[in-house]
Unconditional design. Structure first.
Length: 84
């Protein structure tokens, strides 16, 4: 199934987390699924292991304030981008 724009299509993101992710300015503001995937991929450095990568994204989500569903969001994006 194609990836849509609506953040709430991502497991673990409901209305509250979508609102939290949309707060901020510039690169810190995430309003679409594509922007969220981009944020996830930006954290992947050359020498970063998959576990470190997921941990960094988990901590980024925590810093944004998204508490509920964080594990599901990380897992969904890791699985969706695994082939990259």
């Amino acid at each position: 199934e194609p990836i849509g724009l609506d953040l709430q299509q991502v497991p673990g993101i409901g209305p509250a987390n979508a609102r939290i992710l949309a707060e901020g300015e510039g690169d810190d503001k995430v309003e679409t699924t594509h922007q969220l995937i981009g944020k996830f991929l930006m954290l992947k450095g050359r020498d970063v292991t998959p576990i470190e990568h997921c941990d960094m994204f988990w901590h980024w989500l925590a810093a944004k304030g998204g508490n509920a569903g964080r594990k599901n969001v990380v897992l969904a994006l890791a699985e969706e981008t695994e082939n990259f």
